[in-house]
Design a protein around this ligand. Structure first.
Ligand code: KG4
Ligand code: ZN
Length: 347
């Protein structure tokens, strides 16, 4: 079974072909970072237009590399939500019309489900059930993953998502959009012990909150700037980045530990863009070794948005008898808990 996957929910155009038994045959990604950077954030209309400009070329390149013809495909999976409506419509329209022309099913994929499942693409021995820490730009969740489409939300953020906090603090430190990865690089050179930031809700429950932490960083940034004549010297920015990252990582590790204890599951999967953070990966790995919990983390390129996870999730949801039908599914807001096992609900 060969499934073409298309991701266009945000600022990356991702395309890949997954073949059951063989894995990812080819993949390609076009990032829009340079396009949005001058605006300090994503401009939705520019995102849609760039997806239109890049998508068909990327699909051609991926099929060429995999040496697969369009007529060899069994289905086309696409991100149907959550995400930016215009951006979703580009991938949805392309996928649904191409699939209809080929007489094969188009499979609408939930972006967060794809993030949750991609750990299984990396480690085929990774069985359900497991706890997933899903930390991206728009979401921070701990999820009880009992099986495909059987998701129970254990905790989520009460305000900013972890990635959003990384991006906002990066901005405070004068880093260009998207700040998360740049902040992490800065943090590597800093001393986390030079500042003491709060560990939000670390002793309580499974919900998360990062907006107070961001405010705490802002206060120190303003005070340091006032002392340093209106700007931050490099060493101060590095130390602030390191202390902020240490606070987020320590908090996330504590939440994961609690979620694993509550569920009794012996497996933890890291997912979403912040899962690419090296310090988080190292700390969770060390915790796993200490406690005997198996910690799985997909390669960094599979944590951030990509086409491979969409192709893989589409293949997981593809069932015999799924028909080729016209129509595009695009749901900018789409709670993960609304999903059911395949066949239970037609998206
Ligand atoms: O999953 P993702 O690629 O897109 C969404 O679905 O949101 O996540 C993007 C988020 C951004 O906030 C980005 O700054 C953050 O993940 N991110 C990181 C790192 N790489 C990406 N945050 C911290 N450290 C990183 N290495
Ligand atoms: Zn994502």
């Amino acid at each position: 079974m060969r499934v073409l996957g298309i991701e266009t929910s945000c600022d990356e155009t991702g395309v890949a072909v997954y073949e059951s038994g063989r894995g990812i045959r080819a993949e390609a990604l076009a990032s829009q970072v340079a396009l949005h950077a001058p605006y300090g954030g994503i401009v939705p209309e520019l995102a849609s237009r760039d997806h239109i400009a890049k998508l068909a070329t990327l699909v051609d390149a991926v099929l060429d590399e995999a040496d697969i013809a369009l007529s060899d495909l069994d289905a086309i999976a696409y991100t149907a939500g959550p995400g930016l409506i215009g951006a979703l419509m580009v991938g949805g329209a392309f996928a649904a019309s191409t699939a209809y022309a080929l007489g094969i099913p188009a499979v609408p994929v939930h972006h967060m489900e794809a993030h949750l499942l991609v750990g299984r693409l990396e480690a085929e021995t990774l069985d359900f059930p497991f706890v997933a820490l899903l930390v991206s730009g728009g979401h921070s969740m701990l999820v009880d993953v009992a099986g495909l489409g059987r998701y129970r939300l254990l905790g989520s953020t009460l305000d900013d998502a972890a990635g959003e906090a990384f991006d906002k603090v990066a901005r405070l430190l004068g880093l260009p959009y998207p700040g998360g990865p740049a902040l992490a690089r800065l943090a590597d050179r800093g001393d986390p012990a030079r500042y003491e930031f709060p560990r939000p809700l670390i002793d309580r429950g499974l919900d998360m909150s990062f907006s107070g932490l961001k405010t705490a960083v802002r206060r120190v940034v303003e005070a340091e700037k006032a002392e340093q004549g209106g700007r931050l010297d490099a060493g101060t920015a590095e130390n602030l980045a390191a202390a902020f990252q240490a606070s987020v990582v320590e908090t996330l590790v504590a939440k994961c530990a609690r979620a694993v204890a509550e569920t009794g599951y012996g497996r933890l999967v890291i997912a979403g863009g912040v899962g690419a953070n090296q310090s988080l990966r190292e700390q969770l790995a060390a915790w796993g070794v200490k406690t005997g919990v198996a910690v799985h983390y997909p390669r960094p390129a599979f944590c951030t948005d990509n086409g491979a996870m969409i192709a893989y999730a589409g293949a997981a949801r593809l069932r015999p008898g799924l028909e080729c039908r016209p129509g595009i599914v695009a749901r900018p807001r789409w709670p993960l808990e609304e999903l059911g096992p395949p066949g239970d609900s037609e998206h």
